[in-house]
Design a protein around this ligand. Structure first.
Ligand code: AGP
Length: 615
C-alpha cells in the first residue's frame, strides 16, 4: 500500500516527513517523494527507489527548508514505478500538490475531459488527474480548498486517502478518506498526518482517525474542521489517546503481519475486483484479456506456470477455467517446466502467477515459453516487477504489499483474478450462459462479506491449534476445487510451524496415506456441502474407523459431519466454484495459531525468503 505523511507546525518539516516515511517503509513501496513549503516556494522532490534515495536527492537539491510538508511512499497501481509517476503531483498551475493512497477507477474519463479543457499531464497516474480536477473546480467556483476537494471527490469512483496543499492558502492542508486509512496527529500548535499513527507517535499520542467519506481542513492555530463529503454534515472532532507501541502500529494492532494480511483479505479481494467486476453493468472489464481475447479463446491450451502458493492458485484456476471455458489447462511447477523440454507452441497461452513478480523459476519458464512463440499473461501483485514487465500482458492483483513470508492474501486475490478471467472467457466462448455468468459474478461480489463472517472462526481455529500443536504430522484432504486448498493448507502449516503436513485428494487416501492414520494423526478435511460431499463424508468415516482425529471445514448448518468429526469449523454457504476463497481461511488461521503457540517466527520462518529470486 502507499504511505502518506504530512506536517504543519513549527518544526523542520523535511525531517518530520522523511522520518515519517521511514516509519511507513514496512508497507512496501517502489518510490518516494515529498513537497515542502518554506513560506515562499513550494518544492517537490521525488524519486523511484527508497526513502534513502529521496533523502540524498533532497540534500543535493538544497530544497530542505519549510515547516509545512507532505510526503509519500508509492506502491504503484497505475503507471510503472519511475520518478515522474512518484508522488507528490503538482496541478498544472504548480500551486496545488497532492499525495494519494488508493485507486481512482474513473480517472481515465476525467483525464480525457480535463485534456479537452487544456490540462496537460506529465505522469500516467490517476493521482495527477485528481489534483487537476481539484484545480479545475477551484478555478470555476473560486471555492476554498476544502470545498473544492469535496466537490472533486464527489466526481471520482474509487478508494483514496489524500492530502492536498495550496500555496495560495499556505496555512492549511486538506485531507480526505475513502477506503484507505488516514490518521491526524494532534500536537501543540502543530498537526501531523499519516496512513497510520507510526509517522507521528514519537511526537504525540493524540490522534483523530478519519472515517470513510470525510474531508478535513487542518489549519495552523485553528481547530480542525471535519465534514462529510456527500452531505456537508459537520463531524465532531474525537481525539483518541493511542496506547499502541510503534511496532504494534505498523502491524495495525495485529501481533504479526501474517495475521494482519489474513484479515485484510476481504478488502484485498474487493480492491482486486474493483473496476473489473461491474456488477450493475453485469460485465467484467479486463483490458489485458480484452486486448488478447482471441489468443485466449482460440488457444489449444492454457499452461499455468508458478511456484508454491501461486502454483496452488494455478491449480484452483485449472478447475475453474476448464469448468467455465472448456479450454484445456495444464498446471506446471515452473522449476520443472523450465528444464523438462516441454512441448510449447504459438497456440498455447501461458499464465504466469507470482506475488512478488521476481521468482527466478517462474521468470525462466516465461522466457522459455516466449522463445517458443507462446503468448504469456502475467498475474502479479507487484506493479512493474520483472515478471510483470516480461509478460506480453497481464492483470495485477491489488492485494497490497504482502510482508509475511507465508502467502495468504496473495493466494485469494490470485484466485479472484483467475476467476474473473475464466468468467470473461466463458461468456465470450459461450461455454457458460448468461444466467451462470450472473450467478457467479453476484456471488463473487458477496465473497468479501462472507469472508468477514468466515474470519469469525478465528477462536475456534486457535482452540483446535492448542489441541494439535505438538503433532508431528498432519494430513489435509479435499475434493474438486478444494483439493488445491488442501495442498495450500498443508504448505501453510509446514512452512510456519515446521510440522510435516501433506495435502491429498480425499479419494487418494485409500491409495496409501490411509496407512498413516492412527489416533495421533490429525486430518483436516474440507467437507463443504458441495461437489462430492457424500463421498467426502465416507472418507471421514474411513478415518474415524482408524481412530484418526478429524478437523472438518463444513458449510454452516451441517449436521452430518458434525456427528462424525472431532472438530468442526463452519463457513458460510457459497458456490463450489468460489469456495476456495472461503475454505482456505480456517486453514490459514489454524496454521497461524499453531505456529504462534510453538513460538515460531511466523512472519519470517526459518530457511524461507519472501521472494525466491535465485534457483
Ligand atoms: C508460500 O506461502 C510461500 N511464500 C512460497 O511458496 C511462494 O508462494 C512461492 O515462493 C512463489 O512466490 P511468488 O508468488 O512471489 O512467485
Amino acid at each position: 500500500m502507499c504511505g502518506i505523511v504530512g506536517y504543519i507546525g513549527h518544526r523542520d518539516a523535511s525531517s518530520v516527513v522523511l522520518e515519517g516515511l521511514k516509519k511507513l517503509e514496512y508497507r512496501g513501496y517502489d518510490s518516494a517523494g515529498l513537497a515542502l513549503y518554506d513560506g515562499e516556494i513550494l518544492k517537490v522532490t521525488k524519486t523511484k527507489g527508497k526513502v534513502s534515495a529521496l533523502e540524498n536527492k533532497l540534500q543535493n537539491s538544497g530544497n530542505t527548508d519549510g515547516s509545512i510538508g507532505i510526503g509519500h511512499t508509492r506502491w504503484a497501481t497505475h503507471g510503472v514505478p519511475n520518478d515522474e509517476n512518484s508522488h507528490p503531483h503538482y496541478s498544472n498551475s504548480g500551486e496545488l500538490v497532492i499525495i494519494h493512497n488508493g485507486i481512482i477507477e474513473n480517472y481515465d474519463s476525467i483525464r480525457k475531459e480535463l485534456t479537452k479543457r487544456g490540462y496537460q499531464f506529465k505522469s500516467d497516474t490517476d493521482t495527477e488527474v485528481l489534483v487537476n480536477l481539484i484545480e479545475e473546480i477551484q478555478n470555476k467556483t473560486n471555492l476554498k480548498l476544502g470545498e473544492s476537494v469535496q466537490l472533486a471527490l464527489k466526481e471520482v469512483v474509487g478508494a483514496y486517502a489524500i492530502a492536498v496543499f495550496d500555496v495560495k492558502k499556505p496555512n492549511e492542508i486538506v485531507v480526505a478518506k475513502l477506503g484507505s486509512p488516514l490518521a491526524i496527529g494532534i500536537g501543540t500548535n502543530e498537526y501531523f498526518i499519516g496512513s497510520d499513527a507510526s509517522p507521528f507517535l514519537e511526537y504525540t499520542n493524540k490522534a483523530i482517525y478519519l472515517e470513510d467519506g470525510q474531508v478535513a481542513s487542518i489549519r495552523l492555530n485553528k481547530s480542525i474542521k471535519i465534514w462529510e463529503i456527500d452531505n456537508n454534515r459537520p463531524i465532531p472532532v474525537l481525539v483518541q489517546e493511542l496506547k499502541m507501541s510503534l511496532e504494534a502500529t505498523e502491524k495495525g494492532g495485529y501481533e504479526h503481519f501474517m495475521l494482519k494480511e489474513i484479515y485484510e483479505q476481504p478488502n484485498a479481494i474487493k480492491d482486486t475486483y474493483r473496476g473489473r467486476l461491474l456488477i450493475n453493468e453485469k460485465l467484467i472489464k479486463m483490458a489485458g484479456v480484452e486486448e488478447n481475447l482471441e489468443r485466449f479463446t482460440n488457444a489449444d491450451r492454457i499452461i499455468i506456470v508458478a511456484c508454491g502458493t501461486s502454483w496452488h492458485a494455478g491449480l484452483v484456476a485449472e478447475y475453474i477455467i476448464e469448468d467455465l471455458t472448456r479450454i484445456p489447462v495444464e498446471v506446471e511447477y515452473a522449476s520443472e517446466f523450465r528444464y523438462r523440454n516441454p512441448i510449447i507452441t504459438s497456440k498455447d497461452v501461458i499464465i504466469a502467477i507470482s506475488q512478488s513478480g521476481e521468482t527466478a523459476d517462474t521468470l525462466a519458464a516465461i522466457k522459455l515459453a516466449k522463445q517458443n512463440g507462446a503468448f504469456v499473461f502475467g498475474v502479479c501483485n507487484v506493479v512493474g516487477s520483472t515478471i510483470a514487465r516480461e509478460t506480453n500482458a497481464g492483470a495485477y492483483t491489488h492485494a497490497g504489499p504482502e510482508i509475511g513470508v507465508a502467502s495468504t492474501k496473495a493466494f485469494t486475490t490470485q484466485i479472484t483474478v483467475l476467476t474473473l478471467i475464466a468468467l470473461k472467457l466463458g461468456l465470450a466462448k459461450k461455454t457458460i450462459d448468461n444466467n451462470t455468468f450472473l450467478r457467479l459474478i453476484s456471488e463473487l461480489n458477496e465473497i468479501p462479506e462472507k469472508l468477514i463472517k468466515t474470519l469469525n472462526c478465528n477462536n475456534t481455529a486457535l482452540d483446535i491449534a492448542k489441541v494439535y500443536k505438538n503433532s508431528t504430522n498432519c494430513l489435509f484432504l479435499g475434493r474438486g476445487y478444494n483439493f488445491p486448498v488442501a495442498l495450500e493448507g498443508a504448505l501453510k502449516l509446514k512452512e510456519i510451524s515446521y510440522i510435516h503436513a501433506e495435502g491429498y485428494p480425499a479419494a487418494e487416501m485409500k491409495h496409501g496415506p490411509i496407512a498413516l492414520i492412527d489416533e495421533n494423526m490429525p486430518i483436516v478435511v474440507v467437507a463443504i456441502n458441495k461437489g462430492h460431499y457424500e463421498k467426502t463424508v465416507s472418507n471421514i468415516q474411513e478415518i474415524k474407523a482408524r481412530k484418526g482425529k478429524v478437523i472438518a471445514i463444513v458449510t454452516e448448518g451441517d449436521i452430518t459431519v458434525k456427528e462424525l468429526a472431532d472438530h468442526v469449523i463452519e463457513i458460510p454457504e457459497t458456490l463450489e466454484t468460489l469456495s476456495p476463497l472461503l475454505t482456505t481461511i480456517p486453514l490459514q488461521l489454524f496454521s497461524y495459531h499453531t505456529a504462534v503457540l510453538l513460538n515460531k517466527n511466523v512472519d519470517q520462518p526459518r530457511n524461507l525468503a519472501k521472494s525466491v529470486t535465485v534457483e
